[in-house]
Ligand binder design. Structure first.
Ligand SMILES: Nc1ncnc2c1ncn2[C@@H]1O[C@H](COP(=O)(O)OP(=O)(O)OP(=O)(O)O)[C@@H](O)[C@H]1O
Ligand SMILES: [Mg+2]
Length: 203
């Protein structure tokens, strides 16, 4: 049976779609098979051409049931469910089927407030700092912001995925044949972190 990751959360623009593709691409770099599953009815799924992972359209409840049933039949695959903003009931259904749940958030007080609320709602979920600053001064400010979280929530914050300008290549209609090194490094680091979490849930 495939393992399932879902990337959800209330806040729009937190990086859910980019991270879903980054994860599937990173899994490919580590010779793992990924399926990127679009569940957001306000977006059109990207075409599979030029990508090293499968794309699945699960924008309706019926399609979601079918795709999840199909994933359950597949061994050695990892399904990555890309959520949509402001959809509590759909997020809850994705949360229930996922082995690992990620809640991306950016370095703002508003994002932090929303993600803490989501963390209370989804007790198994991990908060994932997304598009995190690389500049030292901004990074220190972002860490200070994280340190304002109550300890039980702070301990559920993962290593950040840093801002990488080339990440937009992942969402192009046809991605380039080879990706820039910073993007490959980000994809490897992120997918390793997720594989470690999966291993922990199975231990
Ligand atoms: N690691 C990153 N580095 C730089 N830019 C990023 C990164 N991740 C996402 N972005 C940019 O942030 C914007 C929002 O990203 P994305 O569409 O993935 O968010 P989303 O959570 O899926 O949004 P929505 O809620 O609308 O579905 C995009 O312009 C994307 O290119
Ligand atoms: Mg999206």
């Amino acid at each position: 049976m495939a393992e399932i990751i879902c990337i959800i959360g209330t806040k729009g623009g937190s990086g859910k779609t980019t991270l879903s593709h980054l994860l599937c691409y990173g899994l490919h770099l580590q010779d793992r098979r990924g399926a990127c599953v679009m569940t957001d009815e306000y977006r059109t799924p990207l075409r599979p051409e030029g990508r090293h992972y499968v794309m699945a359209d699960a924008r309706t409840p019926e399609a979601r049931r079918k795709v999840i049933a199909k994933l359950r039949d597949l061994r050695e695959w990892i399904g990555v469910l890309d959520g949509g903003a402001n959809r509590t009931s759909i997020d809850l259904s994705l949360y229930e089927v996922a082995d690992v749940v990620l809640l991306p958030f950016r370095d703002s007080a508003e994002d932090l407030r929303v993600v803490m609320h989501d963390m209370e709602r989804y007790p198994r979920a991990w908060a994932l700092p997304s598009q995190w600053p690389t500049n030292r001064w901004q990074q220190e400010a972002a860490t200070r912001l994280l340190d304002t979280m109550p300890a039980p929530l702070r301990s559920r914050v993962l290593e950040p995925v840093y801002a990488v300008s080339s990440s937009k290549l992942l969402l192009q209609a046809t991605p380039p044949e080879s990706m820039p090194i910073p993007l490959n490094n980000a994809a490897r680091a992120f997918s390793r972190q997720v594989l470690d979490l999966l291993a922990r849930t199975q231990a």
